[in-house]
Design a protein around this ligand. Sequence first.
Ligand SMILES: *[C@@H]1O[C@H](CO)[C@@H](O)[C@H](O)[C@H]1NC(C)=O
Ligand SMILES: *[C@@H]1O[C@H](CO)[C@@H](O)[C@H](O)[C@H]1NC(C)=O
Ligand SMILES: *[C@@H]1O[C@H](CO)[C@@H](O)[C@H](O)[C@H]1NC(C)=O
Ligand SMILES: *[C@@H]1O[C@H](CO)[C@@H](O)[C@H](O)[C@H]1NC(C)=O
Ligand SMILES: *[C@@H]1O[C@H](CO)[C@@H](O)[C@H](O)[C@H]1NC(C)=O
Ligand SMILES: *[C@@H]1O[C@H](CO)[C@@H](O)[C@H](O)[C@H]1NC(C)=O
Ligand SMILES: *[C@@H]1O[C@H](CO)[C@@H](O)[C@H](O)[C@H]1NC(C)=O
Length: 423
Amino acid sequence: MKEPLPLSMECKVFQNRIAPFFLWFLIIFTIFLIFSTYSSDPFSHGPKDKLSLQNQSSLSPAWPPAQPPLMPLPMALQIEEECDMFNGRWVKEPRGSPYTNESCRTLPELKNCGKYGKENGYIYWRWKPDGCDIPRFDPKIFLAIVRGKKLAFIGDSLARNHMESLLCLLSQAESPINVYKDPQDKFRTWEFPSHNFTLMVMWTEFLVNGTERMINGTGSSNFDIHLDRVNKAWADQISSLDYIIISSTNWFFRKNYLYENGNLIGCVNCHEGNLTQLSISFAVQRVFRTALKFISSCEECKKDLVTMVRTYSPSHFEHGHWFTGGYCNRSQPLVEREVDIFSGMSWELRKIQFEELGRVREEGKNNKKFKILDVTKAMLMRVDGHPGLYWPAKRNVNDCLHWCLPGPIDMWSDLLLMALRKD
Ligand SMILES: *[C@@H]1O[C@H](CO)[C@@H](O)[C@H](O)[C@H]1NC(C)=O
Ligand SMILES: *[C@@H]1O[C@H](CO)[C@@H](O)[C@H](O)[C@H]1NC(C)=O
Ligand SMILES: *[C@@H]1O[C@H](CO)[C@@H](O)[C@H](O)[C@H]1NC(C)=O
Ligand SMILES: *[C@@H]1O[C@H](CO)[C@@H](O)[C@H](O)[C@H]1NC(C)=O
Ligand SMILES: *[C@@H]1O[C@H](CO)[C@@H](O)[C@H](O)[C@H]1NC(C)=O
Ligand SMILES: *[C@@H]1O[C@H](CO)[C@@H](O)[C@H](O)[C@H]1NC(C)=O
Ligand SMILES: *[C@@H]1O[C@H](CO)[C@@H](O)[C@H](O)[C@H]1NC(C)=O
């Protein structure tokens, strides 16, 4: 099976990536030491990993003064789930995954960690929320619920990773047919004919309009991002959809130039002349606001369209990053006390996604539903679930961002199915 995105394309996802980094041995004293080091100028000192220690208040110098106060989380959002899926732990699951690299014909080479020699211990875990159990994924139930419907994943390579996982899970009940693929393989459509179900993936790095800056004809890996202009490549295609699963964050970690109303308002991760320095959080907040508002006010869209925001999925590079020797070779999930959950960048981005979801729910004047697929805490613990070295990399490079298939990312579809059942 040919991997959808060319390798070089997927690799670009990681350039300048600042991975969240777990410092479970860190004592309080060190945390404050680093806060004080970074609070004045987060990117000029020390390793970028330490960014995970920043929270919103320590980012405040880069936070625009014109920022309106963030709305408190609406009560409805906090209590909607009878069982809080986010609080839980990974427990042993002797049955392993519902599919294997043999039974899923669409499993992409880049995620086939077993084939490339990864020990398979990472498959034998399942997420156990504290207050309930998540039933084992049943593709027949899923396909029965989505009969006659269209579902699209909108986002970057992790949205694609989720789509690939769902495709494997569903293929155990019916073989999907690939009916569309654009020349760059950024958009793909699959059909499950006997269930009249359509599954799509739509590529967008930023959700909004972002174009790469070219230097002498080659891409610079830096983007001009219009925070208030939705990316038409996906936005023009949503009118026939019944379900949207929207995500995107990873491309915001590089050096990017931000625009509002067509005017350059500042830059993330750069020190250029008098450009205002803006934070990753600010950019992520604004693009989720733009994208969700667009969906909420979309006149041509289906009245009962359901949109789910899939929260931030962390990477687990240790001792470096994508191109600087970072690796992720742990063989067991972390337990809660080993993870610095609440002070990192991951939690900050998840919080922003919750806030923007709350905002669109309050402002929405129609029947469209907005839900959350809250995966951040569960995935923070899965240091063991990335390809690492076990993928067809041309160089000795670890992938500590994407997730093996089968693997912990299959849990995202468990949450998705539970959310669909509630409708
Ligand atoms: C599937 O993974 C196993 C290891 O778990 C490996 O031996 C085998 O070659 C893989 N098969 C395919 C078709 O990728
Ligand atoms: C498939 O679903 C679409 C959308 O609900 C519907 O219009 C169409 O009639 C269905 N086709 C079949 C063969 O059931
Ligand atoms: C672009 O090309 C010109 C001419 O070859 C060269 O002088 C210049 O340094 C290049 N600029 C960058 C940013 O590489
Ligand atoms: C991005 O903006 C440019 C300039 O306004 C426009 O030409 C282009 O079509 C837009 N692309 C997308 C995908 O929205
Ligand atoms: C940045 O500084 C230059 C001169 O150094 C000035 O001409 C320009 O107006 C400044 N831009 C902003 C946005 O302040
Ligand atoms: C992970 O890799 C590092 C560096 O190669 C090595 O020192 C360490 O022992 C490895 N850990 C495990 C659990 O394999
Ligand atoms: C956020 O940072 C501020 C100041 O740096 C600190 O007082 C506060 O405890 C931090 N909050 C969290 C949740 O880490």
